[in-house]
Write a protein that binds this ligand. Sequence first.
Ligand code: FAD
Length: 258
Amino acid sequence: MNLVEGTGRAMGRGITGAVMKLLHAQDYRCEVTRTWMHAPTMKAVRVSAPELCAQVDPQEGEYLRCWFPDLQRGGKEAMRGYTVVDVDKQAGEFTLLFLLHEPAGPASHWAASAQVGTVFEASYYGSAPFLVPEPAPRGFVFIADAAGIPYVNALIEQLGEDYPLKVWLVEWHASDRDIELGNAPRLEVEWIQPTEAALLEHVKGFEWQGWFPHLICEAAILLPARRYLQKERGLGKKDMHVHAYWAQGKSMGKNRDA
Ligand SMILES: Cc1cc2nc3c(=O)[nH]c(=O)nc-3n(C[C@H](O)[C@H](O)[C@H](O)COP(=O)(O)OP(=O)(O)OC[C@H]3O[C@@H](n4cnc5c(N)ncnc54)[C@H](O)[C@@H]3O)c2cc1C
């Protein structure tokens, strides 16, 4: 399916979705209905959120800002982004896939102990599904790591029949390779050492003409690659999707009173 068609789908959320975007969201109650290990280091949490699904109709690959207790700061909650997959709008359910990283933060800590009946809140700010730009690119390059695999898989599913896809995965741990990647006829996967230099070298060695990059890896590694693509290859904001997913040695995201 060509995601240009997705424009209609996104608009098809109707007036409520549009109003929610303008109002900049509310918090929705989410309840865990099932958990399982998606991979040895990634826990899947099936979530029931009928109001969220009915009002904002989240699409595969969009993300939610979820609120989890911050045990380091008593009485506070931390907001963290997680990608929505396997959406069942009718049932009002979807799945979130949590990388169980070390050191753990509020989100990974919460996920490790989440069980049926655990409740949390999520905010939706209208993250919008990815739409293929016009004119359509020659293909897509995903620069991600384990935390980005849920997003990459959602897009492989949506783009893989129509476009060549290259997935460059920054390998922080050998166990990252146990997280299953989607399949597509023209999909190429490469693993890259977790250094700025290794990723930059890879980025410099690629002929970018016509390709659309998604940069969704760790912040410090992402930055030089983004700068290079902007300054040396002339890619503008519209020519790539850039979103740092996490920062080594730091917590990312807001806090609020619980
Ligand atoms: C749009 C978006 C979508 C995302 N989707 C997903 C998703 O579907 N699944 C998923 O697992 N993550 C996803 N992430 C990444 C996730 O939000 C971050 O990894 C987040 O920082 C984890 O929060 P935490 O509370 O566990 O750790 P934090 O409190 O943020 O950090 C605590 C410690 O953990 C380290 N850390 C944080 N994240 C990682 C990591 N990924 N690998 C290794 N060390 C880490 C930090 O460097 C820090 O030392 C997404 C991020 C964004 C912005």
